[in-house]
Design a protein around this ligand. Structure first.
Ligand code: FE2
Length: 531
């Protein structure tokens, strides 16, 4: 979500001449047929590289998605038969599973395997090979089942490559005790160079519109060593937001889509979705939906939503109460409500893109408050179901916030910030990896005073939070980078900023105290890629 003010500010920004995109020398688009022999057609069989690393995602108790991409050294080839292997140790002393996957230019030489028959709550190592060429070793973890006493997730969003370096992703790669990384979208940005950020440049340098463009942009991101490292060490549970398509996308268009010069939205949307499914370690569903549920034993049910392009009506400057305006769409909304009401897991965690709680004096017409009828319907359903232990994980707005969720937090009879009466759950908003916040630091005190449901926030620092889950409480601990650090190529580290919790059946926030300690003796990290 970007306002026109954000973009106009970006247009006027000075251009850092000579700024280069570290390590991003690849364009993934195959060149015209060079006549190179197919990899399966005989020697030379090892004419590929694994330049874009490895990734995994969508962990279930018995299966997980494994991903890689082969880069043909000659630019094109016919088919490539890629072998995958799993092991319980990073040295692959014993191979526990293996198979092959055939990839072609039709899927941009990406490889995606849904490996089944795994053991719940278990760390696995994996690798790919073509001939004698091997990928880096990846590390992943299946979801636990049954009685679960603790889970730890990192929650992230919004990595504008042009704004700086992905130190926050690198920090995640060094944390060995995460169950998964939950990515709430804006994994890529669609802009041309210098429109929004000027620290690093993109490939392609133009706005991405076609399938080839989107593929190249994902390939460009995956040449970033910090992002690759995060994928290498943890399974991701990802959803898209608007910038995987175009700024302020909705079902049938986007603020940053211009049909006269960029063609039909439906064509662009389909291209963006195809590239996303090719490049992201997500389990694909036949109709392109990404809303889905993950069960982590009896402790957490994680429901991931698509508030962006599945059912969303067009944004309005002055949001109306027209009941036909949708944010989720009827089918997804029904699915969400039935899951929230039926699950018996201790915590109902909803991972989604846009803010539910208002932050006055602004009105975010791109968030839930831009769809007031749908928002009220969802929150009233939560109240009617007496559904307890709901936590919403939100991205999109490039700032950190901890909020109580109330239908009307500004009316004392509807919400009491002292007792928590009227609070239906909590919302934890994650900062950006690199994208810039919208509020200056100076307004923070005013925002906190005008919004009684807002308990804590940081308007602009980048980072992530760790969601630590036990039967007694959910704790979100924010880790933030110092101001000015993403412009530095040298390694910068996040530091603990604040923790907020919600206790079992409290349905409201309470100060979280110290961040929960990491797990003792986590499984070994996969060996780092050669520098
Ligand atoms: Fe964003």
């Amino acid at each position: 979500m970007l306002t026109r003010r954000d973009l106009l500010a970006g247009v006027g920004a000075s251009v850092a001449l000579g700024a280069v995109s570290a390590g991003c020398d690849d364009t993934s688009t195959p060149m015209a047929d060079s006549g190179a022999p197919p990899v399966d057609g005989g020697p030379p069989i090892d004419m590929v590289d694994f330049l874009h690393g490895v990734a995994s995602g969508d962990p279930l108790p018995d299966r997980v998605i494994l991903w890689t991409r082969v880069t043909p050294r000659m630019g094109v080839m016919g088919t490539a038969t890629v072998r995958w292997e799993t092991s319980s140790t990073p040295d692959f002393a014993t191979v526990t599973g293996s198979g092959t996957f055939v990839t072609t230019a039709a899927r941009d030489y990406t490889v995606k395997v849904d490996v089944a028959g795994l053991t719940a709550g278990t760390t696995y190592y994996y690798r790919f090979s073509v001939g004698s060429t091997r990928s880096p070793v990846g590390r992943t973890r299946t979801a636990p089942s049954g009685s679960v006493d603790r889970l730890r997730f990192a929650v992230v969003s919004c990595s504008s490559f042009a704004h700086g370096y992905f130190h926050a992703y690198r920090d995640l790669a060094e944390r060995a005790d995460l169950d998964a990384v939950v990515h709430l979208g804006d994994y890529i940005y669609e802009f041309q160079n210098y429109l929004y950020g000027n620290v690093r440049t993109y490939d392609p340098p133009t706005a991405v519109v076609t399938l080839s463009d989107y593929r190249r942009r994902y390939a460009h991101y995956r040449r970033d060593a910090d992002l690759r490292a995060a994928h290498q060490q943890h399974p991701f549970i990802a959803i898209w937001d608007d910038h995987e398509f175009a700024n302020n996308a909705w079902r049938d268009g986007a603020d940053n889509h211009f049909p006269k010069t960029e063609g039909m939205w439906s064509v662009r949307k389909a291209a963006a979705m195809q590239a996303y499914f090719e490049w992201m370690p997500i389990r694909e569903q036949p109709d392109g939906r990404i809303w889905r549920r993950f069960a982590f034993g009896n402790l957490v049910d994680l429901m991931m939503l698509d508030t962006r392009v599945w059912g969303r009506s067009m944004q309005e400057v002055e949001p109306s109460n027209n009941p036909s305006r949708a944010l989720l769409g009827a089918d997804q909304e029904q699915w969400l409500l039935s899951n929230v009401s039926s699950t018996t897991a201790r915590w109902k965690v909803i991972g989604q893109q846009v803010q539910i709680g208002p932050i006055r004096p602004d009105l975010n017409a791109d968030g839930w408050e831009g769809y007031p009828v749908a928002r009220t319907r969802f929150l009233q359903a939560l109240a009617t179901m007496r559904s307890s232990n709901v936590a919403v994980l939100t991205g999109d707005i490039h700032s950190s916030w901890a909020m109580d969720i109330a239908i009307d937090p500004f009316t004392p009879s509807a919400y009491n910030p002292t007792t928590g009466a009227g609070s239906l759950g909590v919302e934890f908003i994650t900062p950006a990896i690199t994208s810039p916040g919208d509020h200056p630091d100076a307004v923070l005190a005013t925002l906190l005073s005008q919004n009684p449901h807002l308990r804590w926030g940081d308007p602009g620092l980048r980072g992530f939070y760790i969601l630590d889950c036990t039967p007694e409480r959910l704790q979100a601990s924010w880790y933030l980078l110092p101001a000015g650090s993403i412009e530095q190529r040298e390694r910068q580290r996040t530091a603990f900023a604040s923790a907020w919790s919600t206790l079992h059946e409290a349905n409201r926030l309470s100060p979280g105290g110290e961040p929960a300690a990491p797990r003792a003796n986590p499984p070994a990290l996969a060996p780092a890629e050669p520098a």
